[in-house]
Ligand binder design. Structure first.
Ligand SMILES: *[C@@H]1O[C@H](CO)[C@@H](O)[C@H](O)[C@H]1NC(C)=O
Ligand SMILES: *[C@@H]1O[C@H](CO)[C@@H](O)[C@H](O)[C@H]1NC(C)=O
Ligand SMILES: *[C@@H]1O[C@H](CO)[C@@H](O)[C@H](O)[C@H]1NC(C)=O
Ligand SMILES: *[C@@H]1O[C@H](CO)[C@@H](O)[C@H](O)[C@H]1NC(C)=O
Length: 174
């Protein structure tokens, strides 16, 4: 697995163009959270960003598990592609020496959200102006160089219960 990742890193994706094509947020427990904002905004023809606002009803939260799964569109539907990771987010935030893909995923939203500190979370969750530019430099470096339609499916658990899913749909071109 790591050898394969190394090869993909060398192939690199310096010239990839990434654009968000869709965003789907799903709230599974209305007693726990409420998604107020979930949108892609186009600044101009080439630049789009994502805004997410999740209002929290039960704070603080100090137990978060994230499942992060890459999907690729194969003409019929989105199929699992290359990686599918589940990790203890609070533990990751404490130490950050972890799987490089998890770290790269975190780097894509670290500067654009208020989830960028150690647990507990004692506030609503905000992603503000997440750019595809961040993705170019981030976890996409771990993908084999394919043009196409991809999605990052993310599932957010607190205390082992699935609370929110957020799916990011992307088009990658070279
Ligand atoms: C949410 O809270 C209400 C009132 O306390 C309760 O009746 C309901 O079952 C709860 N729903 C879930 C999904 O826990
Ligand atoms: C689109 O907006 C971004 C951010 O403001 C800017 O950097 C970029 O040059 C703009 N692109 C075009 C084609 O106007
Ligand atoms: C967290 O994000 C804010 C902006 O939302 C930024 O000012 C701050 O430097 C970030 N902290 C870390 C550790 O990245
Ligand atoms: C998170 O909460 C679940 C359910 O209460 C518990 O089983 C698990 O051990 C907790 N994880 C951590 C790291 O505390």
């Amino acid at each position: 697995m790591w050898k394969l990742l190394g090869i993909c890193l060398i192939i690199g994706i310096i010239d990839a163009h990434v654009t968000f094509t869709n965003l789907k947020c799903n709230n599974l427990d209305k007693n726990f959270s409420d998604i107020k904002t979930c949108r892609i905004k186009a600044v101009n023809r080439t630049h789009k960003y994502i805004d997410i606002y999740v209002k929290m009803m039960q704070l603080p939260i100090d137990n978060v598990t994230i499942n992060f799964k890459l999907m690729r569109f194969d003409g019929h539907g989105y199929k699992p592609h290359f990686f599918d990771l589940t990790y203890d987010a609070c533990k990751f935030l404490r130490s950050q020496n972890s799987n490089p893909i998890i770290k790269a995923f975190y780097e894509t939203y670290r500067q654009s959200s208020n989830l960028n500190h150690t647990c507990p979370y004692n506030h609503d969750l905000i992603v503000d102006k997440l750019w595809t530019g961040n993705l170019d430099a981030g976890f996409l470096a771990y993908l084999p160089s394919f043009s196409g339609d991809f999605a990052a499916y993310t599932s957010w658990y607190a205390y082992n219960l699935l609370r929110v899913t957020i799916n990011f749909y992307l088009k990658i071109t070279y």
